[in-house]
Design a protein. Sequence first.
Length: 310
Amino acid sequence: MANPYAKNLKKTVFDIETTGLAPGRDMIINAGFCDPDTGRLFQLFAENENDEERLLKELFYIISQHEVVITYNGDRFDLPFIKTRAEKFGIDADAFFWSIDMYRYLKSYWLMAGKMRHLDQKSVEIALGLSDDRADRIGGGECIPLYRHYLSQQDAKSKDLILLHNADDVRQLARIYNAAVFLPYDRICSERGFGILAPRYVLCRSVRLDNNALYAEAKTLPGGIPSSIYEDSYELEYDCFSGDIRLKIMLAAKETLRYVDLNSLPCEKDALSELKGYHSDFLVLADGQRLLYQEINMLLSGILSGAGLF
């Protein structure tokens, strides 16, 4: 299964083509979206240099309809680029979603990545046996002269080549996402964050565990009633104006184990009883230096879903 933490969330694969690498002066040519579950494709295209504002407004509306945005190196390029371009036009770019950057995931957690000469998307497609499904034969840089030619000549073929390249990029990235079942998603999500339906969408942004407690910082859209809970077993603060959530769960220890008593926490024990770390209403989160990532993540999901904040 692809990333199990995103299974029930609304996802889209996202990629842009631009006239260059500098968002201060370069513009977006087109944007592509692909549903990784159904393969459904949707594209936006700037018909002229004055059409970028319209494209950006539609782009951010589409992103706002999803809880997960999947990119390839998007954390460093695509997402900062669209935000900078949106600011130029005064467009609200404060979208709330879980960014899954497959480049960062593969680079940090895929053993084969260290043996590859290049880790660009097409090289990963070849390594995973997915490259035969590409129809385009151009690189992203070739979209720039094609777009200039389209602007000057209104050449439909140039536009079609750009759209085909972008379509293949997002479709192939969707296939990479679905094929990457080998990634250690429990560890990745514990270290890099993950989304939760609680029932309002919550993004768990950071997790930390020491000898005494498990700490988590999360965020949701502002609203509801502020909350401050201070119990012996846990502390939870919710700022309804910023949407910030802070959670601290006290740990017990025996020999090398660090664990929690589920009877003292606002979560459903049955949902955790199938985990390996579950023992008679207690949940082990660490054994010495070894963290039980799935247990940590599922405990946080259970508490944020069951604390009655929303």
